[in-house]
Design a protein. Structure first.
Length: 366
């Protein structure tokens, strides 16, 4: 069953088109993350779902009912803001139950909901404090509690962790995951942080320039990006891109990297979605974890290349090693005890079973 449906939605601010033919189906109990860089339109889309922005064309449906012109208070949604949006003169208790009181909810139900939610979020001992007496994490829990007590049809989160420090972001990310696992409610979450998106979402909509570039499961987006933008935006370090030429030899497709005359990569195993032309310019994408100094014994699609490390970055659990190859820099992820040294040539293995190939002109996956 669909909780939320967006049909052919357009939105402009003046002459600037910020959302272009957006179509989304959000199933009941799913966690959809709208992911993209600043200015891609993700927060505008969330505000439209909430009823805080109007639309130019299209429709927003909640439970098959068109709410495009329905007031925010009548949409049965709750929103958690980036800035917490707590009333400074009210206590935690008063902030959390404010919406219920406005809706003239019976007192016994208000107290029941407050007790249940405050215990769940571990703010029951903070109920008499005011926002100025709370830490960033406690303020965010209070903002989440205000949304939870209402038991809305859809929860909306607008970059709720962006104001927190790195350690607290991880803790609150876990809290939100536990919240979702417990409630199995429908949630729509906006972020520019790909780690948040990958760890929280059941579906991710990657956005850029007002367009949904790809909508899929997190792992499918990571493994099979639709285009160069998605491939580059998802992953840290991001995917390596090597420019080259595609050609046909016998029954195989060969990728020849630019200015690497002695390197030819056999792509006969790759499942091309489109017809390949002789001499077609293409981009080979390979994530850092698939470039290493260790060859898998059962990998039939591994290619060995001799390269010289130019930068070595130790992270603790691995080493990010940079090489110059085919007129660009590529990064491999090595084990911490790999023993690589700067400017000393080593054998590096490319796992070609994990590549993505993109057309250089259209930037679409081939």
């Amino acid at each position: 069953m669909l909780t939320l449906k967006i049909k052919d939605l357009y939105k402009s601010f003046g002459s600037t088109e910020v959302l272009k033919k957006i179509n989304l189906d959000v199933e009941e109990g799913s966690f959809l993350v709208l992911l993209g860089p600043s200015g891609c339109g993700k927060s505008t889309l969330l505000n439209i779902i909430a009823g805080l922005e109007t639309i130019d064309k299209g429709a927003v449906l909640i439970d098959d009912y068109d709410v495009s012109k329905v007031e925010p208070k009548d949409r049965n949604i709750a929103m958690v803001f980036q800035s917490y949006a707590l009333y400074p003169s009210m206590t935690v208790r008063e902030n959390m139950i404010f919406g219920l009181k406005q809706a003239k909810t019976p007192k016994d139900k208000i107290e029941k909901q407050l007790k249940k939610v405050s215990n769940f979020l571990k703010v029951d001992e903070l109920l008499n404090r005011k926002p100025s007496q709370l830490s960033g994490g406690q303020r965010q829990r209070t903002a989440m509690g205000r949304a939870l007590v209402r038991e809305p049809r859809i929860f909306l989160f607008d970059e709720p962790l962006s104001n927190l420090d790195a350690k607290l972001r991880v803790e609150m990310r876990h809290e939100i995951k536990k919240l979702y696992t417990s409630l199995k409610a429908t949630m729509v979450y906006v972020t520019h942080d790909q780690i948040e998106a990958m760890s929280l979402a059941s579906k991710i909509a990657v956005m850029n320039e007002g367009i949904i570039q790809q909508l899929d499961d997190p792992q499918k987006i990571y493994d099979n990006p639709n285009n160069l933008f998605v491939a580059d935006f998802i992953g840290s370090p991001s995917m390596n891109f090597i420019n080259g030429i595609l050609s046909k030899e016998s029954q195989s497709i060969i990728f020849s990297p630019n200015n690497e005359n002695n390197v030819k990569l056999d792509l006969s195993h790759y499942n091309f979605k489109k017809r390949i032309e002789e001499g077609q310019k293409a981009v080979l994408g390979l994530r850092p974890e698939y470039i290493s100094n260790i060859q898998s014994s059962d990998n039939k699609h591994s290619s060995k290349i001799s390269l010289k490390p130019t930068i070595i970055e130790t992270t603790g659990f691995d080493k990010n090693v940079t090489f110059d190859f085919a007129d660009t820099e590529i990064i491999g992820r090595f084990t911490p005890n790999s023993g690589v040294e700067l400017n000393k040539v080593i054998d590096v293995y490319f796992d070609l079973s994990q590549i993505s190939i993109f057309d250089m002109q259209t930037e679409l996956r081939l």
